[in-house]
Design a protein around this ligand. Structure first.
Ligand code: PGA
Length: 252
């Protein structure tokens, strides 16, 4: 099964309005219209609309970095799925390890957010990953299984084929310490087996599993040559147009 690779840039809390628009323009200058692969950016909320105007005509996809599980209401500081949709988002990142670590997100809140995204026809990009201590204690696959099952507990079968999962080992995020292609493939394969058990073989074969954690121009080719790595969720390197362009142009 050939899945279209998805290269996603998570800008995190970087980029004022002018910086974000400049970055989006630089990306288009360097990448042009991608063919045979999908390019997605996830800028901060206040700049989504302006970035959308730059990148949607180029055929890139737009994502929010988070959302609230309710559709609307008295939740100061939060953003709903429908708000994201109206800015042009087709996707939303859910359960990033920084959200779990600094904002107390749990498997249960991640599951509610996945539900909210699907109700609004947003495709969730669900992040999972173990800490260094968990890896060193041999708990990697157990942690990943708990997070994947927890996030997808309410998913109906029809939602699985378009679902995106991102395996992001916490120890590799922003550290320059990337998982080896073999380490990543081992976990990706386990995730696909789990998705098969939760849905069926053909849905699991369509579902894309991205790797994230210190993806750079010099390691993307080896990562993308693994059979179950269907793309990358890129933090730091997505803020530099030439680096992200090289990542989008990966050779495997
Ligand atoms: P990084 O971040 O590429 O800077 O390691 C990845 C992520 O957090 O999605």
């Amino acid at each position: 099964m050939k899945r279209t690779p998805l290269l996603a840039g998570n800008w995190k809390m970087n980029g004022t309005l002018s910086e974000a628009v400049n970055l989006a323009r630089d990306l288009f200058r360097q990448i042009g219209k991608p063919s045979g692969r999908e390019v997605l950016v996830a800028p901060p909320f206040p700049v989504l609309t302006c970035v959308a105007a730059e990148i949607l005509p180029a055929g890139y996809l737009l994502a929010g970095q988070n959302l609230h599980w309710e559709d609307s209401g008295a939740f100061t500081g939060e953003v709903s799925a429908r708000m994201l949709v109206e800015t042009g988002c087709s996707h939303v990142i859910i359960g990033h390890s920084e959200r779990r670590q600094y904002f107390s997100e749990t498997d249960a809140s991640v599951a509610m957010k996945v539900g909210a995204a699907l109700r609004a026809n947003l495709i969730p990009i669900v992040c999972v990953g173990e800490t260094l201590a968990e890896r060193e204690n041999g708990q990697t696959l157990g942690v990943i299984e708990r997070q994947v099952r927890g996030a997808l507990v309410n998913l109906t079968r029809s939602a699985f084929p378009s679902l995106v999962l991102a395996y992001e080992p916490v120890w590799a995020i922003g550290t320059g310490r990337v998982a080896t292609p073999e380490q990543a493939q081992h976990v990706h394969e386990a995730i696909r087996r789990l998705v098969t058990a939760l849905s069926d073989e053909s849905s699991a074969a369509m579902c894309r599993i991205l790797y994230g954690g210190s993806v750079k121009p010099d390691n993307v080719d080896d990562l993308m040559s693994q059979p179950d790595i269907d793309g990358a969720l890129v933090g730091g390197a997505s803020l530099k147009a030439d680096d992200f362009a090289r990542i989008v142009a990966f050779q495997s």
